[in-house]
Design a protein around this ligand. Structure first.
Ligand SMILES: *[C@@H]1O[C@H](CO)[C@@H](O)[C@H](O)[C@H]1NC(C)=O
Ligand SMILES: *[C@@H]1O[C@H](CO)[C@@H](O)[C@H](O)[C@H]1NC(C)=O
Ligand SMILES: *[C@@H]1O[C@H](CO)[C@@H](O)[C@H](O)[C@H]1NC(C)=O
Length: 323
């Protein structure tokens, strides 16, 4: 009994201690974080994103993916923005780097903000706000982004292996999200980010060539859709930049991704995986039939994901290099 009590006591003590440590390390986020120090932060970023979108329709998808990537590795600390150095290969130059671009948009926003309120707005916050703007300006929902993230000093190419991959099955996806404190609802809602963007052939060739010893094509793919994918991505001599849009309206933030998924017209195995379990399929069906329900869930999960603490300590002066 005494032993038991001691154990419980030390457990409680450890938990309390852990709680205190977390409070100390956490950069508490709030929606009015820059109200006094940089009141025009949001309008400044929005105008930079808007301008970039006019020149390149792929910018919103790129910003959303960049923010996701940032938060999934080391928390949302702007680590994805750091350049490689002589001694260190950074995240952006890691294996799945092919889909990351539009870093210049963050640079432009940072420059504008340094002129307005120097050394105040973190790069991690700029990216979180730019990702929100990317969604809103593409016809998606708008929401208040909690701010106050700090920038980290570490970025490692090898860490990109921890990202959920396009060939993941449902249990691998759930595990990857759970490691970041994200649940099944977050997984299904955040996958809806695939309403924007484009995928290179290499990320879905597993479904259209040599799928298994018996079948060359993933049988869950609708047949004419599979044929069209094989057409743009032949097994041999695939053109370098060939690929497919993630849904049929790749620059509009809508719920078409879920509708197509239910028709066997999703691009990645990791998309199709959402239809393989009853509870995830029920969510896919719900979002396919209601854009409003999808938006509600997406906003909730975005706020959760973008609050993953990176434990950064500084506000970078240049988003590509540590201070
Ligand atoms: C970061 O890398 C980009 C692309 O390689 C380069 O154009 C830029 O000058 C670099 N910036 C810094 C601050 O090193
Ligand atoms: C992607 O990363 C590899 C190293 O893993 C690097 O050699 C290559 O230059 C990078 N590609 C781009 C477009 O940055
Ligand atoms: C997912 O893939 C892993 C690794 O290949 C495997 O162990 C697991 O059984 C698979 N899960 C499902 C639900 O297919």
């Amino acid at each position: 009994m005494a032993v038991k009590n001691t154990t419980i006591f030390s457990l409680l003590f450890s938990l309390a201690f852990l709680g205190l440590t977390c409070v100390h390390l956490t950069n508490a986020l709030s929606s009015n974080y820059y109200d006094k120090t940089c009141p025009n932060v949001e309008a400044t970023i929005t105008s930079v994103v808007k301008k970039a979108m006019l020149n390149d329709r792929t910018v919103p998808a790129a910003l959303l993916r960049m923010h996701f990537h940032d938060c999934f590795i080391r928390g949302c600390d702007g680590s994805v923005l750091l350049n490689s150095t002589k001694k260190n290969q950074a995240e952006k130059d890691g294996p799945p780097n092919i889909s990351l671009h539009a870093f210049y948009v963050i640079d432009n926003a940072k420059k504008a903000l340094e002129a307005l309120c120097p050394k105040t707005v973190s790069c991690a916050d700029i990216l979180a706000l730019a990702a929100r703007d990317a969604v809103t300006l593409s016809g998606g929902p708008n929401w208040n982004v909690p701010k106050g993230r700090k920038d980290g000093r570490v970025s490692k190419a090898t860490d990109t292996r921890q990202l959920p991959g396009p060939t993941f099955n449902i249990s691998q996806l759930q595990q990857s999200f759970a490691q970041r404190g994200l649940g099944t609802e977050d997984l299904v809602a955040l996958s809806g980010g695939h309403t924007l963007g484009f995928a290179h052939c290499s990320s879905f060739q597993n479904r259209i060539h040599n799928f298994s010893p018996k079948k060359s094509v993933d049988p869950t793919l609708q047949s004419s859709f599979a044929a069209s994918l094989k057409n743009v991505c032949p097994a041999k001599n695939t053109p370098k930049n060939a690929g497919a849009n993630l849904d049929s309206t790749p620059t509009t933030f809508d719920n078409r991704y879920y509708k197509l998924l239910l028709q066997g017209k999703s691009i990645f195995s990791s998309d199709q995986a959402l239809a393989t379990m009853a509870n995830t399929k029920a969510l896919v069906t719900k979002y396919a039939s209601s854009k409003k329900e999808f938006e509600k869930a997406f906003v909730k999960s975005m706020i959760k994901m973008s609050s993953i603490n990176g434990g950064g300590q500084e506000v970078r002066h240049d988003c590509r290099v540590v201070n």
